[in-house]
Design a protein around this ligand. Structure first.
Ligand SMILES: Nc1ncnc2c1ncn2[C@@H]1O[C@H](COP(=O)(O)OP(=O)(O)OP(=O)(O)O)[C@@H](O)[C@H]1O
Ligand SMILES: [Mg+2]
Length: 180
Protein backbone atom coordinates (compact mmCIF):
# COMPACT_ATOMS: atom_id res chain seq x y z
CA UNK A 1 0.00 0.00 0.00
CA UNK A 2 1.13 3.51 -0.72
CA UNK A 3 2.70 5.00 2.35
CA UNK A 4 3.35 1.66 4.00
CA UNK A 5 6.88 2.33 5.12
CA UNK A 6 7.65 -1.29 5.87
CA UNK A 7 7.03 -2.51 2.37
CA UNK A 8 8.37 -0.21 -0.23
CA UNK A 9 10.79 0.53 -3.02
CA UNK A 10 13.03 3.33 -1.84
CA UNK A 11 15.18 3.88 -4.90
CA UNK A 12 15.78 2.83 -8.48
CA UNK A 13 19.13 2.70 -10.20
CA UNK A 14 19.69 2.04 -13.88
CA UNK A 15 22.81 1.07 -15.77
CA UNK A 16 23.60 0.69 -19.46
CA UNK A 17 21.14 3.29 -20.58
CA UNK A 18 22.14 6.30 -22.63
CA UNK A 19 21.63 9.47 -20.65
CA UNK A 20 21.64 7.45 -17.48
CA UNK A 21 21.27 10.22 -14.91
CA UNK A 22 18.14 11.83 -16.37
CA UNK A 23 16.68 8.48 -17.36
CA UNK A 24 17.29 7.03 -13.91
CA UNK A 25 15.66 10.04 -12.25
CA UNK A 26 12.59 9.71 -14.47
CA UNK A 27 12.30 6.01 -13.75
CA UNK A 28 12.83 6.62 -10.05
CA UNK A 29 10.03 9.18 -10.00
CA UNK A 30 7.67 6.76 -11.66
CA UNK A 31 8.56 3.64 -9.75
CA UNK A 32 10.05 4.45 -6.38
CA UNK A 33 8.46 5.81 -3.26
CA UNK A 34 4.97 4.51 -3.92
CA UNK A 35 3.40 1.12 -3.62
CA UNK A 36 5.93 -1.69 -3.53
CA UNK A 37 3.88 -3.45 -6.19
CA UNK A 38 4.12 -0.64 -8.70
CA UNK A 39 7.37 -1.51 -10.53
CA UNK A 40 6.36 -5.13 -11.02
CA UNK A 41 2.83 -4.30 -12.08
CA UNK A 42 4.01 -1.74 -14.62
CA UNK A 43 6.52 -4.21 -15.95
CA UNK A 44 3.95 -7.00 -16.15
CA UNK A 45 1.61 -4.80 -18.14
CA UNK A 46 4.31 -4.23 -20.73
CA UNK A 47 5.16 -7.87 -21.34
CA UNK A 48 4.11 -8.83 -24.85
CA UNK A 49 6.14 -11.99 -25.38
CA UNK A 50 9.73 -13.14 -25.54
CA UNK A 51 10.97 -10.96 -22.71
CA UNK A 52 13.19 -12.41 -20.01
CA UNK A 53 13.26 -10.78 -16.58
CA UNK A 54 16.10 -12.00 -14.35
CA UNK A 55 15.68 -11.36 -10.62
CA UNK A 56 18.73 -11.25 -8.39
CA UNK A 57 18.85 -10.73 -4.64
CA UNK A 58 19.68 -12.34 -1.32
CA UNK A 59 17.37 -14.74 0.49
CA UNK A 60 14.18 -12.88 1.26
CA UNK A 61 15.04 -9.87 -0.90
CA UNK A 62 11.62 -9.91 -2.54
CA UNK A 63 12.06 -11.88 -5.78
CA UNK A 64 8.85 -13.88 -5.44
CA UNK A 65 6.96 -10.77 -4.35
CA UNK A 66 8.22 -8.99 -7.47
CA UNK A 67 7.23 -11.96 -9.65
CA UNK A 68 3.74 -11.84 -8.14
CA UNK A 69 3.42 -8.14 -8.97
CA UNK A 70 4.61 -8.82 -12.52
CA UNK A 71 2.02 -11.59 -12.85
CA UNK A 72 -0.78 -9.33 -11.60
CA UNK A 73 0.32 -6.61 -14.01
CA UNK A 74 0.24 -9.15 -16.82
CA UNK A 75 -3.36 -9.88 -15.96
CA UNK A 76 -2.87 -13.19 -14.15
CA UNK A 77 -5.92 -13.25 -11.86
CA UNK A 78 -5.53 -12.83 -8.11
CA UNK A 79 -6.99 -16.31 -7.68
CA UNK A 80 -3.85 -17.80 -9.29
CA UNK A 81 -1.30 -18.44 -6.57
CA UNK A 82 2.15 -17.11 -7.47
CA UNK A 83 4.77 -18.78 -5.31
CA UNK A 84 8.30 -20.02 -5.81
CA UNK A 85 8.29 -23.20 -7.88
CA UNK A 86 10.93 -24.66 -5.59
CA UNK A 87 10.25 -28.31 -6.27
CA UNK A 88 9.00 -28.08 -9.82
CA UNK A 89 11.57 -25.42 -10.91
CA UNK A 90 8.99 -24.03 -13.35
CA UNK A 91 5.51 -22.61 -12.85
CA UNK A 92 3.25 -21.62 -15.72
CA UNK A 93 0.49 -19.08 -15.13
CA UNK A 94 -2.30 -18.81 -17.65
CA UNK A 95 -3.47 -15.32 -18.32
CA UNK A 96 -5.35 -13.21 -20.81
CA UNK A 97 -2.34 -12.92 -23.11
CA UNK A 98 0.46 -15.47 -23.31
CA UNK A 99 1.13 -17.58 -20.24
CA UNK A 100 3.78 -16.29 -17.88
CA UNK A 101 6.65 -18.65 -17.10
CA UNK A 102 8.24 -18.52 -13.63
CA UNK A 103 11.55 -20.25 -13.03
CA UNK A 104 13.39 -20.48 -9.70
CA UNK A 105 17.02 -21.54 -9.98
CA UNK A 106 17.75 -21.71 -6.25
CA UNK A 107 18.31 -25.45 -6.34
CA UNK A 108 20.23 -25.52 -9.60
CA UNK A 109 23.92 -26.02 -8.98
CA UNK A 110 25.16 -26.31 -12.53
CA UNK A 111 23.78 -24.51 -15.62
CA UNK A 112 23.89 -27.90 -17.42
CA UNK A 113 21.01 -29.04 -15.21
CA UNK A 114 18.82 -26.66 -17.16
CA UNK A 115 19.34 -28.81 -20.26
CA UNK A 116 17.04 -31.42 -18.76
CA UNK A 117 14.42 -28.76 -18.39
CA UNK A 118 14.32 -28.14 -22.14
CA UNK A 119 15.38 -24.53 -21.82
CA UNK A 120 15.61 -23.90 -25.59
CA UNK A 121 12.03 -25.15 -25.96
CA UNK A 122 10.93 -22.88 -23.15
CA UNK A 123 12.60 -19.89 -24.74
CA UNK A 124 11.12 -20.67 -28.14
CA UNK A 125 7.55 -20.56 -26.81
CA UNK A 126 7.74 -16.78 -26.90
CA UNK A 127 6.10 -16.59 -23.49
CA UNK A 128 7.56 -14.00 -21.13
CA UNK A 129 9.83 -15.55 -18.56
CA UNK A 130 10.62 -14.41 -15.01
CA UNK A 131 13.58 -16.06 -13.31
CA UNK A 132 14.42 -16.00 -9.60
CA UNK A 133 18.08 -16.47 -8.65
CA UNK A 134 18.99 -15.54 -12.22
CA UNK A 135 22.66 -15.05 -11.24
CA UNK A 136 22.98 -18.81 -10.57
CA UNK A 137 22.77 -19.60 -14.28
CA UNK A 138 23.29 -16.35 -16.16
CA UNK A 139 25.33 -18.08 -18.86
CA UNK A 140 22.53 -20.49 -19.76
CA UNK A 141 20.36 -17.64 -21.05
CA UNK A 142 20.64 -15.27 -23.98
CA UNK A 143 22.11 -11.87 -23.06
CA UNK A 144 18.95 -9.88 -23.77
CA UNK A 145 17.59 -10.00 -20.23
CA UNK A 146 16.15 -7.24 -18.07
CA UNK A 147 18.03 -7.92 -14.90
CA UNK A 148 16.60 -6.54 -11.68
CA UNK A 149 18.72 -6.71 -8.56
CA UNK A 150 16.79 -6.22 -5.34
CA UNK A 151 18.83 -4.85 -2.47
CA UNK A 152 17.57 -4.78 1.11
CA UNK A 153 18.13 -1.39 2.73
CA UNK A 154 18.24 -0.60 6.43
CA UNK A 155 14.67 -0.22 7.65
CA UNK A 156 13.55 -3.01 5.32
CA UNK A 157 12.93 -0.92 2.22
CA UNK A 158 14.34 -2.08 -1.09
CA UNK A 159 16.53 -0.57 -3.78
CA UNK A 160 16.09 -1.89 -7.31
CA UNK A 161 18.93 -1.91 -9.78
CA UNK A 162 17.84 -2.37 -13.39
CA UNK A 163 20.09 -3.41 -16.25
CA UNK A 164 19.09 -4.16 -19.83
CA UNK A 165 21.25 -6.68 -21.69
CA UNK A 166 19.93 -6.24 -25.23
CA UNK A 167 17.38 -4.56 -27.52
CA UNK A 168 14.18 -6.15 -26.21
CA UNK A 169 14.99 -5.52 -22.57
CA UNK A 170 16.18 -2.00 -23.41
CA UNK A 171 12.82 -1.34 -25.05
CA UNK A 172 11.13 -2.66 -21.93
CA UNK A 173 13.20 -0.38 -19.73
CA UNK A 174 12.36 2.65 -21.89
CA UNK A 175 8.68 1.77 -21.86
CA UNK A 176 8.84 1.49 -18.07
CA UNK A 177 10.11 5.03 -17.92
CA UNK A 178 7.59 6.46 -20.37
CA UNK A 179 4.57 8.22 -19.03
CA UNK A 180 2.08 6.48 -21.26
N1 LIG B 1 9.57 -3.98 -1.59
C1 LIG B 1 9.55 -4.58 -0.40
N2 LIG B 1 9.71 -3.88 0.72
C2 LIG B 1 9.72 -4.49 1.91
N3 LIG B 1 9.55 -5.81 2.11
C3 LIG B 1 9.39 -6.56 1.03
C4 LIG B 1 9.40 -6.01 -0.29
N4 LIG B 1 9.26 -7.02 -1.18
C5 LIG B 1 9.16 -8.15 -0.44
N5 LIG B 1 9.23 -7.89 0.87
C6 LIG B 1 9.12 -8.88 1.97
O1 LIG B 1 10.28 -9.69 2.01
C7 LIG B 1 9.92 -11.01 2.39
C8 LIG B 1 10.51 -12.01 1.42
O2 LIG B 1 9.92 -11.81 0.17
P1 LIG B 1 10.03 -12.90 -0.99
O3 LIG B 1 9.58 -14.23 -0.55
O4 LIG B 1 9.37 -12.27 -2.17
O5 LIG B 1 11.64 -12.93 -1.20
P2 LIG B 1 12.50 -13.88 -2.14
O6 LIG B 1 13.62 -13.05 -2.63
O7 LIG B 1 11.63 -14.51 -3.17
O8 LIG B 1 13.00 -14.98 -1.11
P3 LIG B 1 13.74 -16.36 -1.44
O9 LIG B 1 15.19 -15.99 -1.53
O10 LIG B 1 13.43 -17.20 -0.25
O11 LIG B 1 13.19 -16.89 -2.73
C9 LIG B 1 8.41 -11.06 2.47
O12 LIG B 1 8.04 -10.99 3.83
C10 LIG B 1 7.97 -9.83 1.73
O13 LIG B 1 6.76 -9.30 2.21
MG1 LIG C 1 11.51 -16.58 -3.79
Amino acid sequence: MAGNRDNRIAAIQVSDERGTAAFGRRLGKLLAGGEAERPGRRLGKLLAGGEIVGLVGDLGAGKTTMTRSIARGAGIPATTVVNSPTFTILNVYDGPKKPLLHLDLYRIEDPDELEGLGLPDLLSTGAPLVIEWFDRCRTAFPPDVLEITIEILPGDARRLHLRAGGPLSRKLLRALASRA
